[in-house]
Design a protein around this ligand. Structure first.
Ligand code: G3H
Ligand code: 13P
Ligand code: ZN
Length: 284
């Protein structure tokens, strides 16, 4: 099957009241693990690459790997740019084979974020590529951040309504208490804020920084309208923990496949578990 858009996957998720997993890739083993897990779970899936991943692997390699993944499975796969902050890079992804792009203007003032997001949407739409934007800043779970500072970083529901109306973006990433990377303590999600955003925003909501968020909290967020859940850290952890174990177990082995094979299998298991939490299993 050819790569599909994120928009198509999230429209189906909205109807079915589940979320689609968006898993970050950096290399072939990760792409293969995500595709295999999706196939085994009969789940639609999003493979995403950050600007850093593209710099590491090369845009052509990422696109080719994901096209191959899509051809090798019978479930729909979308290829999405994660946290595009550089307009030139976003355009390269749109013209280079990605089916969806995120423009992340969350660090910019509101009006500038709106203007840049609109520019990206105009180019993406013409190419049949779907879009994600972000409003609010992730992070703020560190103990030294006080309640009002934490609140100021989170997505304002009224602003989210205005942002979506002014830009016409296909999906919106929100800050409701999650953070990227490993958590020291489980995060406290602001479900009330999510509910308010959902009531005012008529498009699918995206949750970033979802590794380490307890399954029940993810399920609750999905029940309240989250339709795309981003996972990177938990895949990295599974990959490297297994790699370290295998290297220690087989100190004289010279065949990288003996190390990377088990590492890939560990990532398949992580992705399958997440897919079941998101309720997207059996939806393809
Ligand atoms: O949200 C960020 C993703 O985890 C990608 O991270 O920029 O290190 O590839 P990265
Ligand atoms: P985690 O690394 O915390 O899973 O976050 C992933 C993410 O949000 C990618 O955009
Ligand atoms: Zn993110």
């Amino acid at each position: 099957m050819a790569l599909v858009t994120v928009k198509a996957l999230l429209e189906a998720a909205e109807k079915g009241k589940y979320a689609v997993g968006a898993f970050n890739c950096n290399n072939m083993e990760i792409v293969q693990a995500i595709a295999e897990a999706a196939e085994l779970e009969r789940a639609p899936v999003i493979i995403q690459a950050s600007q850093g991943a593209i710099k590491y692997a090369g845009l052509d390699y990422v696109v080719a790997l994901c096209n191959s993944a899509a051809k090798n499975v019978t479930v729909p796969i979308a290829l999405h740019l994660d946290h595009g902050t550089d307009l030139e890079q976003v355009i390269k992804c749109i013209t280079g084979g990605f089916t969806s792009v995120m423009y992340d203007g969350s660090s910019k003032p509101f009006e500038e974020n709106v203007a840049m997001t609109k520019k990206v949407i105009e180019i993406a739409r013409a190419a049949g590529v779907s879009t994600e934007a972000e409003l609010g800043k992730l992070g703020g779970i560190e103990e030294h951040i006080n309640v009002s500072a934490r609140d100021a970083m989170m997505t304002n529901p009224e602003e989210a309504k205005r942002f979506v109306a002014e830009t016409g973006v296909d999906s919106l990433a929100v800050a409701i208490g999650t953070a990227h990377g490993p958590y020291k303590l489980p995060p406290k999600l602001d479900f009330e804020r999510l509910e308010k955003i959902k009531a005012l925003v008529p498009i699918p909501i995206v949750l970033h920084g979802s590794s380490g968020v307890p399954g029940d909290d993810l399920k609750k967020a999905i029940a309240l309208g989250v339709r795309k859940v981003n996972i990177d850290t938990n895949i990295r952890q599974a990959f490297l923990a297994t790699l370290r174990e295998e290297l220690a177990k087989q100190p004289d082995e010279i065949d990288p496949r003996k190390m990377l094979g088990p590492a890939r299998q560990a990532m398949v298991e992580v992705v399958r578990e997440k897919i079941r939490i998101f309720g997207s299993n059996g939806k393809a």
